[in-house]
Write a protein that binds this ligand. Structure first.
Ligand code: ATP
Length: 214
């Protein structure tokens, strides 16, 4: 069975940077990849778009291909989306299948602030890729936790269900949802930074151009 890789995020909105890393990770790891939107991100300010709106954008973005799938379990659960809870559930469901939690270097550097972060290494491999514009400087505790776990997709990590830190060499794209929200709020149309599908229905992006309540 192919490994199962998860790209979690706010996806506020999903953009070409997310889709490109997810797609390339599926190739580099020969894995099934799922995009998993978070409900109440524990480390973040609340998203501008509602969960329903973010899912509608994700569905429009993923239409027309079947390599990248959507997994809505974090939105269906009450309370904050802790990755450790999600991975415990996936592990129980998937047996010994290799699981890979995908994340950019920005997210990985912040890992020691995540709920029960050390447990993540027991539940999944971590697939880490560069985030353009972000200088990765791992905190000492992360450096210590990752020591001895570093691997590349060509190494023999598939025999273990979890525990390696895989460096993924993906095409660098300096795109962020923050920038896209800024463009939309100032009346711009970020046509080629977002997947085509989200422009098919003009109302899908409406919430980003409305002034926000103070
Ligand atoms: P925001 O600007 O609102 O913080 P974002 O663009 O960083 O959003 P998220 O939904 O927070 O998007 O990111 C989810 C995951 O995708 C994170 O692991 C993040 O590192 C990764 N990611 C997002 N954009 C890129 C990109 N352009 N290149 C590589 N990784 C990315």
């Amino acid at each position: 069975m192919k490994p199962l890789a998860i790209l979690g995020g706010t996806f506020d909105p999903v953009h070409i940077g997310h889709l490109c890393v997810a797609w390339e990770a599926s190739e580099l790891l020969d894995a099934e990849v799922r995009l998993m939107p978070a409900s109440v991100p524990p480390h973040r300010t609340p998203p501008v778009a509602s969960a329903e709106q973010r899912v509608a954008l994700l569905r429009a973005a993923l239409a027309g291909q079947d390599r990248l799938q959507l997994d809505l379990r974090e939105l269906e659960r009450d309370g904050p989306s802790y990755s450790v809870d999600t991975l415990e559930a996936l592990r129980a469901e998937q047996g010994d299948r290799p699981l890979v939690l995908l994340m950019g270097a920005d997210a990985f550097t912040g890992l020691p602030t995540w709920h029960r972060w050390e447990r993540l290494f027991e539940l999944a491999h971590l697939g880490v890729f560069a985030r353009p514009g972000f200088e990765a400087d791992w905190p000492a505790e992360l450096e210590a936790a990752a020591k001895g776990r570093l691997a590349t997709p060509d190494d023999d990590w598939r025999r273990q269900p979890a525990g390696r830190v895989l460096h993924l060499d993906v095409t660098p794209l300096d795109i962020s949802a923050t920038r896209i929200r800024g463009l939309l709020a100032s009346g711009r149309v970020p046509r080629y930074l977002l997947p085509d599908g989200v422009f098919a229905d003009a109302s899908l992006l409406d919430m980003y151009s409305r002034p926000r309540a103070p």
